[in-house]
Design a binder for this molecule. Sequence first.
Ligand code: NDP
Length: 276
Amino acid sequence: MTAAQFAVFGHPIGHSLSPQIHQAFAQQCEIELTYRAIDAAPADFVSIVQRFFGEGGAGANVTLPHKAAAFALADEASAAATRVGTANVLTRRPDGGLAAHNTDGAGMVRDITERHGADLRGHGALLVGAGGAARGVAWNLLDAGVASLTIVNRSPARADALAAAIGEPARAHSRHWEDLGSLGSYDLIVNATSAGVLGSDLRLPGSLVGTHALCYDLSYGAAAGAFLAWAAATGAQHAYDGLGMLLETAADAFELWHGQRPDTEPVYARLRRQFR
Ligand code: NDP
């Protein structure tokens, strides 16, 4: 019997750690699989994914810029994917249809609460950014019990749209970027912008950082460097990058596909040595 086939689709995709992570999980759980990184330009995404599943692909991770297209392509979607409107996991059903799921938000919250041991309940959170990743984590922060969620985005309409989609004005609201200096301080600041990845400036006032604040960047490696340095300089008590989130979201997909939960810790420790 040939090994089950899995893949991650993105554009660009050369940097993806997913093949390495899924092979490590598979080895740990003694499962045989193949896992490839497949570059798909936006215009070709649907046909490339359909060919992959048509030729026997069992499951796929989906990353930038295809998460909305993956959701639209699926025949059914989990509640987590439906509320966000995007998917980072596609799974082939026995009848050949595709099921969409989104594990981003659950993965980030698990990284913060379980790996880093922070209790989010009752705290004031600031979500910086309102793109795909911000949408992916916003609801989960509320599920994790934050008292309030303030969303700011360089382009205000996207922050307004995300707050409106959440539809809990008493807890989740948008504010304007130019008002960042007068918003006061937060216990949790999540950087969900792509500024670090793009190498562009993210200008945030130090007044946002509360005395015991935890600052979290969804990106990792060099891309998270500027935000984490800003957090340290402003006196944040904790500052973490999104490497753990990546591992946790991958573990969720792995469990969905193989029915076994891998131990993320040894793989995290190994990758952490690469991304100090
Ligand atoms: P999108 O392109 O959908 O959104 C980008 C966001 O960044 C927008 O809100 C955009 O604002 C904002 N932005 C970009 N540059 C700046 C800047 N210089 N100043 C202020 N805001 C800026 O990207 P995603 O949401 O999909 O991804 C965001 C980040 O999250 C990426 O770094 C990605 O690698 C990371 N990520 C990490 C994951 C993990 O597992 N660790 C999973 C998913 C994502 P505007 O709307 O004004 O353009």
